[in-house]
Structures are given as C-alpha cells and as structure tokens.
Design a protein around this ligand. Structure first.
Ligand code: UDP
Ligand code: MG
Length: 317
C-alpha cells in the first residue's frame, strides 16, 4: 500500500470554487498512482452554500470527508482542525480557490521522497495581481519580523505545503490559541525546501482579506513571535529618564547662575503631552501582550465542529 496523503482545505464562502478545486485535485491524483489520498474539507462557518457542496462531494467521492464549524473560527483554526483529523503519512494544506496549484503536489512529494527534506513549501516569486500598496506593506512586514523574531519567516511563503507526519505532530504539539501558522512552521524547524512558483489569481469568489485584516494579522504575528516591542518600550523609558536627568541638571545650574524668571510654560506643556503619549504607547504594547496571555490562559478550544461526515472526527480541539 502506498503512502496516504491528507489534503487539508480550509473553506470560507467557497461554493463557487470548491467543485473546480475538487476536479483539479482528482486530475492531479492520477499522476501519483502509487499514493492514496484523503481530502479534508473544513467549512469555516461559511455564509453561502459551501456546506451543501461539501455534502454532495462527500457523497460522490469516498476520499472526501468534511468538517463543518459551528461558526467562523478563521483559517488558522480550520488548518488546525485539518491537522487534528488528518490520518496521512503526509499532509498538505491547500486553499480552495486554486491559488495553490494542485499540480505542484506531485513534485513536492517526489522531493520529500528523496529523503533530504521534511517539508516542501510553496513560495511566490511574484506578487502579480496584488495591489502594489499591499505588496509594499507585506515586504516591510517580512523584513521586520525576521529581524525581531526567532522564527524564520520567508517572504512570499504561502500556507501551501506538503509535510511529513513528524512535522504534523510537532504542529499539533504547539498548543497556543493564537495560531500564526507562518511563525509556527518556522519555529518548529525541520528541513524545508522552498518551491518557487508564480502567483495565480483565485478562480472564483473573492479574497477575505482587506488591508486592516492583514495589518491585524501582521501585528498578531509580531506579538506571538517576538518580544522586541516590549524591549523598545523599556528603551524608551531609559532614554526619557536620561534626558530628564540632564534637563534637571541644566535647570538647577541655570537657576543658580541666572535666577529663575517664569518662562517656558509652553515647552513644559509640550513635554508633558509628549511623555504622556509615549507612556500610553508603551502601555498599549504591554496591553497587547497581556491580552494574548489572557487568551492563552483561558485555554479555549481552537474550533468546534457541529457537523461532519466522519464518525471518528475530533469534534472539539
Ligand atoms: N479561509 C477560511 N476562513 C476564513 C478566511 C479564509 O477558511 O475566515 C480560507 C478560504 O476559504 C481560502 C483560504 O482560507 O481557502 C485563503 O483565503 P483567501 O483566498 O481569501 O486569502 P488570500 O489567498 O487572498 O490570501
Ligand atoms: Mg486566495
């Protein structure tokens, strides 16, 4: 019996793409006759008919099983549910919109089979079809996070990757609530081969990301994989203390030499607001970490499945 490959597909409002995706995967499977496949469709609380399409696909194709969330938990949770329920020797995460071309999978599998690597991840070499401003911010973000965190996060890396069982188990062992997958993949290590490919536009439907969503995602990524913002807050504090110490000496000396005419209230007001601003900023940074800690200690489940085609599914995880 050949290797079993689990294909994990997070879906949110993908009624138009899902069938196209399924057809493309089936076509790809024929090029890997030695392997067996299971397709795990995760419905992340879609508001359209995604779950109905899933039911139909599961009825038609024994390889397909679906897991439907009780509400929208986000793509990270959907991926996690997929990993929890995957039974394969290998697991792949793939978007439903065909932006992660299934045709790359056989090549990925061959690279893993050669034994040199533990995972193969797709990396976009172009950002065609993306608004320039979004690309610019994305590049800045990758520069920044690589400088300030210990997780190695590659620019243009998508979540699309094929990995060995060992790596899936490592991902499952990362129990954090705030799941920033790009960081988790980087943090657990293993030998990853980066497979370049050209960006493809989604086949149908539209992207769920807007600018503010992505900005929030970027901030979460930093908070979860770096403590540098906290260090910056401390450095601000040290710098301000030194500056005010020098200012005190200056004022005492001036008072002794020239007396003390009442002047400079405007500059005083400026200084007060400036320091107030920095204090609030630093408090905000600390608050962000505290909120993350709060979420972690509550240990809420990452996802809740309300309907599934598989009896042995892990329904809450
Ligand atoms: N997705 C999801 N839950 C969400 C948002 C998105 O499961 O809350 C899925 C979506 O169905 C798709 C994948 O995540 O399969 C990537 O989403 P999208 O194509 O919108 O992102 P982009 O490719 O533009 O980064
Ligand atoms: Mg997409």
């Amino acid at each position: 019996m050949g290797d079993l490959i689990s294909i994990i597909v997070p879906c949110y409002n993908e009624e138009e793409s899902l069938r196209l995706f399924h057809t493309a995967v089936k076509k790809m499977e024929k090029t890997l006759p030695d392997c067996r496949f299971e397709i795990l469709l995760i419905n992340d609380g879609s508001k359209d008919k995604t779950v109905e399409v899933m039911r139909e696909l599961a009825a038609e194709d024994p390889e397909v099983s679906y897991f439907s969330f009780s509400r929208n938990f986000g793509k990270e949770a959907a991926m996690f549910a997929g990993f929890c329920n995957a039974r394969g020797d290998y697991a792949a995460v793939m978007d439903a919109d065909l932006q992660d071309p299934p045709d790359l999978l056989p090549e990925m599998y061959r690279i893993l089979k050669s034994g040199e690597y533990d995972s193969v991840a797709a990396r976009r070499v172009s950002r065609d079809g993306e608004p320039p401003i979004r690309s610019w911010f994305a590049r800045r973000f990758y520069r920044l996070i690589n400088r300030i965190s210990e997780a190695d996060i590659v620019d243009g890396a998508r979540d699309f990757r094929l990995m060995k069982r060992d790596m899936v188990d490592a991902i499952l062992a990362m129990g954090e609530s705030n799941r920033f997958s790009k960081g988790i993949f980087g943090w657990i290590g293993f030998r990853t081969y980066w497979m370049p490919y050209k960006n493809v536009e989604r086949v149908a439907g539209e992207t769920k990301w807007n600018f503010w969503g992505l900005l929030g995602y970027a901030i979460d990524g930093i908070v979860n994989f770096s403590h540098v913002p906290l260090d910056i807050a401390s450095w601000f504090g040290i710098l301000m203390t030194m500056v005010s110490f020098l200012a005190i000496i200056f004022i005492v000396v001036r008072k002794l030499l020239f007396g003390d005419p009442v002047a400079g209230w405007a500059s005083t007001a400026c200084i007060i607001t400036f320091i107030g601003g920095i204090q609030l900023l630093c408090l905000g940074i600390i608050g962000k970490y505290l909120a993350t800690v709060y979420q972690e200690v509550k240990k809420r489940p990452h996802y809740i499945i309300s309907e599934t085609s598989r009896d042995d599914a892990k329904r809450i995880g």
